[in-house]
Design a protein around this ligand. Structure first.
Ligand code: BEZ
Length: 211
């Protein structure tokens, strides 16, 4: 059965460019981003992994560990990393799983046969410290992902994990947020002491509580 939000992220042990990793153990108390790439030595994937390397500190500041998956072997990954570093002006500084037997791809349903029988699509799974899946995204091989959007969505996930709020369309860290519908009007002043606006009974906003 395919994975759904709120499910426990399947655990696995895999060979990676940084040694053997047991996924849940490796995550520890961190958030995690597991993301797949169709194949080594392909142009879009090269730019994506370069981008991730350059943004690793941005993910680390949010307590997010990143782990890439590609269905090629370790030797191939190692050669490809040299190309990524050379062409993208970076140092790949996070593990890439050598998923030759497609074990991880299978666990996370990353192969969509009607798109391609052998290669993974561009999946993204954001996993919380409780090991539950908080977000899933699927892009086709032909479209590189927006890594600023991934950081933005992590801001939203981490905020809404701790406060009874949701984030509106195009929200960015620091902007006003929406008060969760479950919060009664009379409870708002105590929960959101920075103030709030009631635009409609169901649309109430407040300054970002953790800023
Ligand atoms: C790429 O990463 O450039 C790519 C991989 C598979 C199919 C199409 C593009």
């Amino acid at each position: 059965m395919s994975l759904r939000l709120g499910d426990t992220a399947p655990d696995f042990t895999a060979e990676t460019t940084e040694g053997t990793i047991n996924f849940h153990e490796w995550l520890g108390d961190s958030w995690g981003m597991l993301f797949s790439h169709p194949a080594d030595y392909t142009p879009v994937c090269t730019t994506e992994l370069g981008r991730t390397a350059k943004m690793k500190d941005d993910f680390a500041k949010k307590n997010v560990k990143v782990l890439a998956v590609s269905v090629d072997d370790l030797e191939s990954h190692k050669g490809w990393i040299n190309d990524i570093n050379e062409t993208q002006g970076c140092t790949v500084n996070f593990p890439i799983i050598a998923d030759e037997d497609k074990k991880v791809a299978g666990l996370y349903d990353m192969i969509h046969p009607n798109a391609d029988n052998n290669l993974t699509v561009r999946s993204v799974f954001i996993i919380g410290p409780d090991k539950k899946i908080k977000l899933m995204l699927t892009y086709p091989a032909s479209t590189g992902r927006n890594f600023n959007e991934l950081l933005r969505v992590i801001d939203s996930l981490q905020l809404t994990a701790n406060y009874s709020v949701a984030t509106p369309a195009d929200w960015k860290d620091g902007e006003d947020v929406v008060i969760a519908p479950a919060i009664a009007d009379e409870d708002i002043p105590e929960k959101f002491p920075k103030g709030h606006k009631k635009i409609k009974p169901y649309l109430r906003t407040t300054p970002q509580p953790n800023r």
